[in-house]
Design a protein around this ligand. Structure first.
Ligand code: NAD
Ligand code: UDP
Length: 345
C-alpha cells in the first residue's frame, strides 16, 4: 500500500522502528518530533536503513501553526501518534506537565488533523491502562483504571478518540495498547537510548551487561508468581512496529470501518519473570549479569500479559520474535552503541 503517514514522535525509540517498517512496506513516512527525548542522529540512521529520504520536521505537537505548515506541505493520509512523555515516576511528580504534553498534544494534533481533513489515527497506548488486572491474560474488554498520571493521560486520550469517532463517523482510530516493548532493529543502528539511570528492566540489564552498572536490583522476590519475581509480556520493537503498519493499512483500506474507536493489545501472549529475563540475557551475552533481590518497587503489579487474539483477527498480526531474539537484538544495539546515539561505533 502507498500513502503519506505523519509519525508524531517518530524520532523516538518505538517511532524510529515504526518509520523503518512503514518505509519497507511502501509508505512515505514524515517525522514530526520536538527532540525532547531523541537526537537527530536517530532520523539520519532511519533514513540510511530505509534507503529513502525521511523528512524530520522539528516542532511540537501542541504548536498549531507548526502543524498547519506540516499538513500544508505534505499530503498526509494518516497520523501515527507516538509523541509524548512516558516516565511514570516523573508523571507523579509533575502531573501538569504530563497532562499538558500528552493530553494537550493529542488534542492539538487531532484539531490540526480536523482542520486539514485527515481523520485516521493510530495512537500509542499502553497496558498500563489496565492498572492491576483481576487476572491474566488480559483482553481488551477488561476494566481500565490507571494508577498514575501517565496512565491516566493514555486513558483520557483513548476516551477523546472514542468521543471523536462517535461524533463523526468519518473518523477512524485505533489505540494500540503496548505491553513491554524491548529489543532493537537487527542492524543495531537504532534502539532505545534512555537518559540517566534506566527505569525499565531491559535497558538496565543492558547497561549491566556492558559494564556501565555493577548489578541489577530485582524489585521483589515474593510475588505470587512461579519464581516470586514480576511477570511481564515483553515484545520485540520490530514486531510492535509491524503492527502499526498493519493498523495503518487496515484503517486506510476501510477494513476497520467499525464506527467505533478500537483498543487493541500488542503483546506476545507469554509472560516471563525477571529471572527468566536475566537467564535469557546470560545466554545472549555470555556475561554473568549479577543481580540482587531487593524490596518491591512501589506501584508494581505481580503479573501482566496480553491476550493478543484481537490483533491477530483484526490486523492479521502476530508477534514473531521470541525472548532470546529480543535479548540478542537489544544487546547487539547496546554493545555496538555503548553510549547510545552519542558515540557511534
Ligand atoms: P520516546 O521518548 O523514545 O519517543 C517519544 C518521542 O516523542 C521522542 O522522540 C520525543 O522527542 C517526542 N516528543 C515528546 N514530546 C513531544 C511533543 N510535545 N511534540 C513532538 N514530539 C514530542 O518514547 P517511546 O518509548 O518511543 O514511546 C513512544 C510512545 O509509546 C509514547 O507515547 C509512550 O507513552 C508509548 N508507550 C511506550 C512504552 C515503552 O515501554 N517504551 C510502552 C507503552 C506505551
Ligand atoms: N524490574 C526490576 N529491576 C529493574 C527494573 C525493573 O526488577 O531495575 C522489574 C519490575 O519490577 C517488573 C519488570 O522488571 O516486574 C518489568 O519492569 P519495567 O519497568 O521494565 O516494566 P513495567 O513495570 O512498566 O511493566
Amino acid at each position: 500500500m502507498t500513502g503519506t503517514i505523519l509519525v508524531a514522535g517518530g524520532n523516538g525509540y518505538i517511532g524510529s522502528h515504526v518509520v523503518v517498517e512503514l518505509a519497507a512496506a511502501g509508505f512515505r513516512p514524515v517525522i514530526v518530533d520536538n527532540l525532547a527525548n531523541s537526537k537527530p542522529e536517530a532520523a539520519r540512521r532511519v533514513a540510511a536503513i530505509a534507503g529513502a529520504k525521511v523528512p524530520l520536521l522539528v516542532g511540537d505537537v501542541r504548536d498549531g501553526a507548526f502543524l498547519d505548515a506540516v499538513f500544508e506541505a505534505h499530503d498526509i493520509d494518516l497520523v501515527i501518534h507516538l509523541a509524548g512523555l512516558k516516565a511514570v515516576g516523573e508523571s507523579v511528580a509533575e502531573p501538569l506537565r504530563y497532562y499538558d504534553v500528552n493530553v494537550g498534544g493529542a488534542v492539538g494534533l487531532l484539531a490540526a488533523m480536523r482542520r486539514h481533513r485527515v481523520r485516521r489515527m493510530v495512537f500509542s497506548s499502553s497496558a498500563t491502562v489496565y492498572g492491576d488486572p483481576v487476572s491474566v491474560p488480559i483482553t481488551e474488554d477488561f476494566a481500565t483504571g490507571a494508577t498514575n498520571p501517565y496512565g491516566r493521560t493514555k486513558l483520557m486520550i483513548e476516551e477523546i478518540l472514542a468521543d471523536l469517532v462517535a461524533s463523526d463517523p468519518a473518523w477512524r482510530a485505533v489505540s494500540l495498547r503496548y505491553f513491554n516493548p524491548v529489543g532493537a532493529h537487527e542492524s543495531a543502528q537504532i534502539g532505545e537510548d534512555p537518559n540517566g539511570i534506566p527505569n525499565n528492566l531491559f535497558p538496565f540489564i543492558a547497561q549491566v551487561a556492558v559494564g556501565r552498572r555493577e548489578k541489577l536490583s530485582v524489585f521483589g522476590g515474593d510475588y505470587g508468581t512461579p519464581d516470586g519475581t514480576g511477570v511481564r509480556d515483553y515484545i520485540h520493537v520490530v514486531d510492535l512496529a509491524r503492527a502499526h503498519v498493519k493498523a495503518a493499512e487496515a484503517l486506510l483500506s476501510g477494513a476497520l470501518a467499525t464506527g467505533a474507536h478500537l483498543p487493541i493489545n500488542l503483546g506476545t501472549g507469554r509472560g516471563f519473570s525477571v529471572l527468566d529475563v536475566v537467564h535469557a540475557w546470560r545466554r545472549a551475552t555470555n556475561r554473568p549479569i549479577p543481580y540482587e533481590v531487593v524490596e518491591r518497587r512501589p506501584g508494581d503489579i505481580a503479573a501482566c500479559y496480553a491476550d493478543p487474539r484481537l490483533a491477530a483477527s483484526l490486523l492479521d498480526w502476530r508477534a514473531g520474535f521470541d525472548l532470546d531474539a529480543m535479548c540478542r537484538d537489544h544487546w547487539r544495539w547496546q554493545s555496538r552503541n555503548p553510549n547510545g546515539y552519542e558515540e557511534a561505533a
